[in-house]
Design a protein around this ligand. Structure first.
Ligand SMILES: C[S@@+](CC[C@H](N)C(=O)[O-])C[C@H]1O[C@@H](n2cnc3c(N)ncnc32)[C@H](O)[C@@H]1O
Length: 361
């Protein structure tokens, strides 16, 4: 039995999804943050990504800031294909491709490499019907296959790219109260407003670190298990994840919402704002090791991009387009500067135990 023991209410405009969430809480009791995130992002009728993804308005991402980001990732993929011995067929997979900017830049940069596009089977794993339509349009020069899970990939050598995908996987939070752990949940206050509280039920937390609060994304384990399943088929596999999150510390309460470029309260606009959490890179690395996979990184995004040649590509582009040199420079600076995205974001590569070290790690 779960009972809400504390709440704080705040008054927000009541949207359709908000009232449906309130009804679900009335019927079933307080809601896990992971269920709330899943509904807010993917509910087929009102979910943020499912119906009104605001990439570029509510928030922006590295490929939208500089074309060099996607170009370098495309060349990274070519390098890994070459390290695999240039197989005649390769699954080039992207998880959560958003507006397909990363992939179109990656494909433009890799187009001149003999054999790569001929070998490539392009597979996008995208939950949002609205974004699938946009991605198919923007990549219409290529044959694109859509899937919802890595388990659906055809067998064969596989390269996976994922930028800002992990941070939208639903999270759960637990708070330590003395010897007990309680899940942080969402309930209703006396006025019917959504608020955070603690579940009454005490939980044993296996392997509890010495912390007062912890945030976990159960889907990280599912993802690693799925990569391990691909590896078990005997094919070379290498997955590159770039996302924000700390290294050397465990996230506790990082749930954030963004609307029109501003951070807002995560309960203020369900389905009308992006929801995101920090990725626990140490946990991800631990899960991959436990599954027998090889792990490279995490390395800070700034170092990763500079090692891949961000500066040389910037200079080349600036020479070609002197009128855009300032914008090109500002974009790359935002991505690599340690005070901007350069250290807040990290890159990690996960794959077969026999995988040679990927470029830039
Ligand atoms: C923050 S956006 C990042 C978009 C893009 N990678 C970029 O860097 O601009 C997250 C993307 O992941 C997709 N997504 C989120 N959860 C997903 C899931 N469980 N399965 C498939 N796609 C998902 C979203 O629809 C969106 O395309």
């Amino acid at each position: 039995m779960v009972r809400l023991v504390t709440t704080f209410g705040e008054s927000f405009r009541v949207s359709d999804l908000k009232s449906r969430i309130a009804n679900l809480i009335r019927a079933d009791g307080p809601m896990s943050i992971s269920t709330y995130m899943q509904l807010c992002l993917h509910d087929p009728r009102d979910g943020y990504y499912a119906t009104r993804p605001g990439l570029g308005t509510d928030f922006t991402t590295a490929p939208e800031i500089s074309q060099i980001f996607g170009e370098l990732l495309g060349l990274w993929a070519v390098h890994e294909w070459q390290q695999m011995g240039q197989p005649e067929q390769i699954n080039l997979v992207e998880l959560g491709p958003g507006r397909a900017t990363l992939m179109s830049d990656a494909l433009r940069a890799s187009a001149t490499v003999p054999g790569f596009h001929e070998a490539m089977q392009l597979i996008l794993i995208e939950a949002s019907p609205a974004l699938r339509t946009l991605q198919a349009e923007r990549l219409s020069a290529h044959h694109v296959r859509f899937e919802t899970e890595l388990t659906a990939l055809p067998s064969g050598p596989t390269l996976i790219l994922a930028n800002e995908y992990l941070d939208c996987l639903p999270a759960q939070q637990y708070i330590r109260e003395g010897e007990d752990w309680r899940e942080r949940v969402i309930g209703l206050d006396a006025d019917g407003n959504l608020g955070f509280g603690l579940a009454a039920e005490a939980l044993p937390v296996a392997d509890a670190p010495d912390l007062d609060a912890i945030e976990v994304q159960p889907a990280l384990k599912t993802l690693i298990d799925q990569i391990a399943q691909l590896v078990e088929r005997g094919d070379p596999v290498c997955a590159l994840f770039i996302d924000y999150g700390p290294v050397g510390e465990t996230p506790s309460d990082t749930l954030r919402a963004f609307q029109n470029g501003e951070q807002i309260h995560p309960l203020a606009a369900p389905g009308e704002s992006d929801l995101t959490v920090d990725v626990d890179f140490d946990h991800l690395r631990g899960l991959a090791h436990a599954a027998g996979l090889s792990v490279y990184g995490p390395v800070p995004q700034g170092s990763f991009l500079l090692r891949l040649g961000a500066e040389a590509r910037l200079n080349q582009l600036a020479k070609l387009h002197p009128d855009k040199a300032d914008d090109l420079y500002d974009g790359i600076r935002e991505l690599v500067d340690p005070d901007q995205m350069g250290t807040r974001f990290n890159a990690i590569a996960i794959g077969n135990a026999a995988l040679p070290k990927p470029a830039a790690f």
